[in-house]
Structures are given as C-alpha cells and as structure tokens.
Ligand binder design. Structure first.
Ligand SMILES: *Cc1c(COP(=O)(O)O)cnc(C)c1O
Length: 397
C-alpha cells in the first residue's frame, strides 16, 4: 500500500518573485542561450567571489564537465568518498577512470586530508614527476571531496596535498550552497568551494537553492571555464558559428527558465539559508532528549549549510523499523546514503561489504527526516515525537 506522506521529505521554497521571473522569460523569444543564463552566472560568480561560473543542466553534468576539464582520462585514478550521492563516482566511471575510495571521518562523514594522505603514502610513488600507483602505474590525478549534507570539507588540507603531489581538486559541493569554512590561511570565514580547481553546485528541487534541474561549475581557472563553456554547448567556442564544433561536446546547457528561477532564488539566498538553519535548530531542541538519537554536529571550523537533516540511531536500534513507523504516520524519511561502493554497478567492479567500515556503519544508522523551509515547529515536534514512539516500540526488537 502506498501511503501519501503528509509531511514530505523535501519541498522547494518558491515565492511570487520566482513565478514572476519565470513568466517574464516566457514573454520573450529566448528560452535557451539568452540573457538570463548570463545574468545568473554573473550573479552567482559575484555571490561566491570566484572568477567564473558556468551554468549547466544539472549537478551531474557539472561534475562530468569538471572532471574532464582537469584532464581525467581512461585509467586515471581519482581519490573520492564512498559516502555520497552516486553521481560523484559515476562521472569517473563515464570516463573509464578509477574512483579510489577512502573511508570517511565518523563525525563529519566527509573525506579528510589525513586519511587521503595515508592512502597516498601507502599506494602511490612519484615517477617522472607524477604520482603513480605502486603496482599498476596508473596516474593519480585528483582528489574529489564532497561536502556531505552541507558540512564543509577541510579544503586547505586538500590543497596542501594537491600542491605536494601535483594533484588537482574537483569539489562536489552539490549539497553545500551557503556552507562556510574557517580559512586558517586567510583568517576568515569563506566558501571552501573557491579553493578547489573547480567546484560544482546542484539546484535540484531538494537543494538549498533550486532551478528545477540545474547546476553550476565555478572556478578561477580560465582554461577550466572555457572548456566547460564549450563542452556544455556541443563543443562550440564562445561566439563561434552555430555549426562550428572545435572539441567533443555535449548538450549540458541550462535553459532560460531555470536560469530565471536561479536569479530569483539567489536573491533570496540569505532568507532561504536562514530558514533552513531555523528548522535545523528546532530539530536540535526537539531531538535532544532522545538518547538513542545522534544529531548532526558541525566541527568548530565549519558552518553547515543545512541540506538535509540526517540523524543517526545508536547501534542496536532498528533503523528500518523507525522509517516504517514514520511512514504509517504520514511522515517521509529515508536512509541516506546507501554506500556508493555497494551499488550493483560498483560491486561488479569488485567492491564488497566490509571495504569501508566507517561509511557502512554510518549508512546503516542514518535517517533523513523531513527537511524544508515551510516545515513548522509543530511539525518538527510531531516528527520528533513519532521517532521517539518508534524507538520505544522497537526496543529489544
Ligand atoms: C544532488 C547531488 C549531485 C547531483 O546533482 P543533480 O543536479 O541531481 O545531478 C551530485 N552530488 C551530490 C553529493 C548531490 O547531493
């Protein structure tokens, strides 16, 4: 039986301004490749303080372009996390590159520079000025960290590694629009995305900021920006003739309606992020008395941009029974994320349970609770009460 959730997992926050922006595009002849995309890109780059922003059809396309832009080729190895949305590693498979998974930090659930260093020391050597795998001689090319659930990664630590070993960094920040990180070098709170060679945002309806479908590659590197601009548009050089295709390209363009939605959402960014923060604080209070529930916490050098609200139940508590109980009460909840290496198409490459114990342990205990801007404090209390009820029903079960 399908029960319709009265409290869904997610819902976009759209105001009359978004409706107006989109309608205004419909009154023009430009539904693609018009002025809105340029406006959205310029505003986004300025908002972040980064040289270039290239809008694309979705976050996955953005990641695909970014990894190609830094030179990922068949056989190249890229260090990344098994605890993320599957798209992070899929884009490497598209290019016949090898994701080298490194287990995550048990608190932040992110890749750490220390763990990456350990893997580099163990498996790679420098030969002819580049890092290659000790046994296969495959080149190690890049690090692809992900700011999971909106918690920033230690980007300066990754940068130090990148400098030492000649690696590039693509940052999957699809879940972290608005996150900030304490930069030890700059002595300031900054978006850690600006420190990567390329960073990718996504604007699916459940993200902090939405364009329906959409994504953005940001970079300070002119060559990366130019590659992304050309490759998203069938390989055309900017300003070139319609049928001139200089490189292999895709159609990964964002349309004007999405860009208009993005312009309006970006204008509301402070309000959208503050509202998410408020809902997270309500959860924090409401769940605090439940001993079996671990709430998400930010490290002292991080300010989380709340994407989802993911709790972890203590081991021994039946997570799936809680999700089922919530469903019977009309509350949507989901296990977030199933580990990437345990999806069938990764198992077929030889990955198996037990490969990344921290990721697997976390993944078996997580529950994403309903999280969106229109959630009321009353609904948050109802969710918390229902979680508690489910736990006490299932104690010992
Ligand atoms: C949402 C997301 C993506 C992909 O975004 P789409 O726009 O859905 O393609 C990539 N990586 C992570 C971690 C995400 O959460």
């Amino acid at each position: 039986m399908v029960t319709l959730a009265q409290i869904p997992l997610s819902r976009p926050d759209l105001s009359a301004m978004e409706v107006e922006e989109v309608l205004s595009v419909l009154r023009t002849p430009w539904l693609s490749m018009g002025p809105k995309i340029q406006e959205f890109e310029e505003r986004f780059a300025r908002h972040l303080g980064v040289g270039h922003a290239v809008a694309v059809a979705n976050g996955t396309c953005g990641l695909h372009l970014a990894v190609r832009a830094i030179g990922v080729q068949p056989g190249a190895e890229v260090i990344t996390t098994p605890f993320s949305f599957v798209a992070t590693a899929n884009v490497l498979l598209f290019e016949r590159a090898t994701p080298v998974f490194v287990d995550v930090d048990p608190q932040t659930l992110n890749l750490t520079p220390e763990a990456v260093q350990t893997v580099i020391d163990r498996w790679y050597v420098r030969r002819d000025g580049r890092m290659v795998h000790r046994t296969t001689e495959a080149p190690l090319l890049a690090i692809l960290p992900v700011s999971v659930f909106g918690h920033p990664v230690e980007m300066e630590g990754f940068r130090a590694l990148a400098r030492t070993y000649g690696l590039r960094i693509v940052h999957d920040t699809c879940e972290a629009f608005g996150s900030v990180y304490w930069s030890g070098e700059r002595k300031a709170w900054i978006s850690e995305a600006v420190l990567a060679d390329a960073a990718v945002f996504a604007f699916y309806p459940n993200k902090q900021l939405t364009t329906g479908e959409g994504g953005m590659v940001v970079t300070d590197d002119q060559a990366i920006a130019t590659y992304c601009r050309m490759a998203r548009n069938q390989g055309r050089r900017p300003g070139a003739d319609w049928l001139a295709h200089d490189i292999l390209g895709f159609n990964y363009r964002m349309d004007e309606l999405s860009a208009a939605l993005g312009v309006a959402q970006l204008r509301r960014a402070p309000e959208l992020l503050a509202r998410r923060e408020q809902v997270a604080r309500w959860y924090e209070e409401a769940l605090a008395p439940i001993e079996e529930v671990e709430r998400p916490r930010a490290t002292p050098w991080a300010r989380v941009a709340w994407f989802v609200y993911v709790i972890r139940v203590r081991s021994g508590v039946n997570r799936d029974a809680i999700i089922e109980h919530l469903a019977t009460r009309g509350i949507a909840a989901k296990p977030y994320f199933p580990p990437i290496h345990l999806h069938d198409h990764f198992r077929a490459l030889g990955y198996k349970p037990g490969d990344f114990p921290v990721t697997e342990a976390a993944a078996s205990r997580t529950i994403a609770l309903p999280f969106f801007n229109a959630l009321t404090q009353g609904q948050v209390l109802e969710v918390a009460r229902t979680v508690k009820e489910a736990i006490y029903r299932n104690v010992g079960a």
